[in-house]
Design a protein around this ligand. Structure first.
Ligand SMILES: Cc1ncc(COP(=O)(O)O)c(C=O)c1O
Length: 349
């Protein structure tokens, strides 16, 4: 059966999805919710796609990506899954949760990417949850080096193979196919159907752009659907001059996984005006976004990803790139567990 769970219509729209195994992590369809008070404040018609409300392990965008990575792990009869990420990685936390749901053993590598010795950052939030899920934790003190992170993970996997295990490695480096992007091509189809059901003609989607798997999957999905909508990627990890070519490459690879045409560079928008001082570090725009979203909508966004992309949306409206009165969908990718790890850095409270 090429499609499963509650996504039959989406598989009919994107038949290439049926060529890829997908693990059952529970229902992954999420609500599309009007955010009237925040929208009024910004002068736009604002909707929020609530991927933060995914049921598994406190939710977030990585659930949709893991359906496809772990589908492959299951197809290869893996018994152990390895993943690497920042100390406060949501991907690592959700991979551990998903592994436990599927009866796989989670091995995680935590990279020292953010310059802080704050004990809460090192031990609370996602780290606490990794421990709760019983993940086997390794550390990579060298920090920001994607190739090294993957190489170290591969060598842990080799040791496990020697011990008789069958490991599957979730690689995020750009020399491996962006398998998880299929989850966001599927999400694009899901969102398209929801908007059509509401006769909603949104003109912009706003999404955080980090490893780029989410952004490129949405781009590939939107293009395969012949959907005329502008996708605004908010840089959360590297500046636009590096992120844009990365997304062009990843989205073209995502389209190839879907069996559709390659991506036009004109459709790749990346914005880095709220990135400073760098990955995972607070700034006043992110603080404002976290507060506004909480105070006007009762929703939680985090300092690293969803709060930064909300700050990016606010900046795009203020500088007129998104015109007043436009209808915008903000993809809420989750991340709230990291709020607890940033408690000492939220001196605006
Ligand atoms: C909550 C959250 N939002 C957004 C992102 C960025 O997504 P991507 O890495 O697919 O660009 C991440 C990545 O870790 C995340 O954890």
């Amino acid at each position: 059966m090429p499609y499963h769970f509650d996504h039959r219509k989406e598989y009919l729209l994107l038949p290439g999805l049926g060529d890829h195994p997908r693990a059952d992590l529970g229902p992954t369809r999420t609500p599309l919710q009007r955010a009237g008070r925040l929208g009024d404040e910004l002068g736009i018609e604002l909707y929020i796609k609530r991927d933060d409300a995914q049921p598994l392990g406190m939710g977030g965008n990585k659930v949709r990506q893991l359906e496809f990575y772990l589908g492959l792990a299951q197809a290869r009869e893996a018994d152990t899954v390895l993943i690497t990420g920042a100390i406060q990685s949501n991907f690592v936390r959700l991979c551990a949760a998903a592994c436990r749901k599927l009866g796989l053993h989670p091995v995680v590598q935590l990279e020292d990417r953010v310059p802080t010795n704050d004990p809460l950052y090192q031990s609370s939030g996602n780290v606490l949850l990794d421990q709760l899920y019983g993940a086997e934790i390794h550390y990579l003190p060298e920090g920001e080096d994607e190739t090294l992170a993957d190489t170290r993970l591969d060598s842990i996997a080799q040791d496990l193979t020697k011990q008789g295990r069958n490991p599957y490695v979730v690689h995020l480096g750009t020399d491996h196919p962006p398998v998880g992007s299929l989850g966001y091509a599927l999400a694009a189809a899901e969102l398209r159907i929801q908007l059509q059901e509401q006769s909603n003609d949104a003109t912009h989607l706003v999404v955080p752009s980090g490893s780029g798997i989410t952004h490129s999957g949405i781009l590939a999905g939107v293009q395969a659907l012949n959907w005329d909508i502008s996708i605004e990627g908010i840089c959360v990890r590297r500046q636009s001059s590096l992120q844009k070519p990365r997304i062009e490459k990843r989205a073209t690879e995502a389209a190839s996984l879907l069996g559709t045409a390659s991506i036009s560079p004109d459709s790749v928008n990346t914005h880095d005006e709220v990135l400073a001082p760098g990955y995972g570090q607070m700034n006043s725009q992110v603080e404002e976004a976290i507060q506004k979203t909480a105070h006007l909508e009762g929703l939680l966004v985090d300092p690293v990803y969803s709060g930064r992309s909300m700050a990016g949306l606010i900046a795009l409206v203020r500088r007129g790139h998104i015109k007043k009165g436009s209808c915008v969908v903000f993809i809420h990718t989750g991340g709230a567990p990291a709020l607890f790890a940033y408690q000492n850095q939220m001196d605006f409270l």
